[in-house]
Design a binder for this molecule. Sequence first.
Ligand code: SF4
Length: 500
Amino acid sequence: MPAVRMSRLICVPFDQLNADHGALKSADRDTDVIVLIESQRMIVGRAWHKQRLQFLLSSARHFAAELQSNNWSVEYLRSDTTASGLKEISKKYPDLEIVCAAPNSFRMRRELSEIGVNFVDNDFFLTSQELFTIWGNSQKTFTMENFYRAQRKRLGILMSGATPVGGEWNFDAENRLPPKKDQDWGTTISFDLDLIDEEVMAELPDTAWGNLKSKIWGTSRAEALAQMEHFFQNHFKEFGPFEDAMPASSWTGHHSLLSPYLNNGLLHPSEVVSAALQRFEQGDIPLSSCEGFIRQIIGWREYINGMYWYLGEDYRKGNGLSANRKLLPLFQDSKKTEMNCVKSIVKDIEDYGWTHHIPRLMVLSNLALITGVKPQEFLDWMREVFIDAADWVMVPNVIGMATHADSGVLMTKPYAAGGAYISKMGQFCKECRYDPRLRTGETACPFTTLYWDFLDRNAQMFSKNHRMFQQMGGLRKLSNMSEVKDRAQQVLNGLDQGLI
Ligand code: SF4
């Protein structure tokens, strides 16, 4: 039999590991060669979290092995970058067209288009860039809630004709419960290491950060599906009411832990939404939980990705508050702080590479914001330590939501808060040497002190913002501002030295 002539090289980036989507959707098993490239820049370029490297590399190797066992021709190689790997493989298969679903970052799109890769549609999201651009161009402010409502209508999810099921678009008021004393947070699942996992683990570079003791993140499609099933059976019911709660006894709360799998392609948002709606139809899941979860997928996730592309590549350079402090040592070592909330949360990140959106936003990002850490340093850190971090997630989240470095393009006001919010929604303050009610003195909560100092430092800018009216009124009423400012300086010096 004459040898089959191969016709295309299909490049599968490590965040597009799905046989039914991206370039693989239209690939031909007989004539296409599937190419996966382990880029050294992705492995040793920075101090990436061990959990993150393990998850991404092992998932890709499992995916390549599955394709091979299903009779695909697969080339899996290591190279300095994805682009250099594609050039190498092109020498082995000269003159073949290289095809890839449009990559998920500006840099990768640029690098691959420079070497002549042809892009096909990226369908790893539910909203195309074209559609998002139409929405963005029609808005005065980019309010996520408006986008979310348009998504519900467009996709026909949780709709009863033209009105939302249950008569409300969201149930935020029901979904802000703090953790209860002795609350049972249910179980998490872990997975057995197989030969591929062990091989990857043995190869992790010395530059990697954090801890990796057991396999808490699945690395195959089957394990991603098992995680999804575990969530829907064990946590979905209570997800909504407690989605903002920060328990001290559980690193997961009732969260799904599905973002890593959605972001590397092992799960597709459409199947997660379908599974959620099917589970909801069984009748024992409150609408507040179902709606809250659906909003994360069809609202927030799509909105953040849409805004990443809509705002352009230079958006990441913003520093509207002129924040230039170096990254605080406590972000890289939980032992470098006595603030119990920060210590516990950074320890969770060291161990798992994950914490949910409220510790990320209201503790870690809040601290970076009110201490004036340079947004780009904080962005780098967030990219390195979170298992589900991707450029498209972190750039709008850090530059827009977390640090207000875009001067309010994404969010009309900064997410700054004192210790009172953390005390209300978390279980850390009782065991802390600081007191969330105090703003001055040795035992004052650093969040509370720095919150007022932050407002004061940026008073000129914030006094023009009508959404900051209440906060600025509170600032004007403070009688001991000079004492607060003295304490704030001590706290900032102590944080820089890892002593607070
Ligand atoms: Fe965190 Fe302040 Fe509470 Fe301590 S008192 S746990 S620093 S919020």
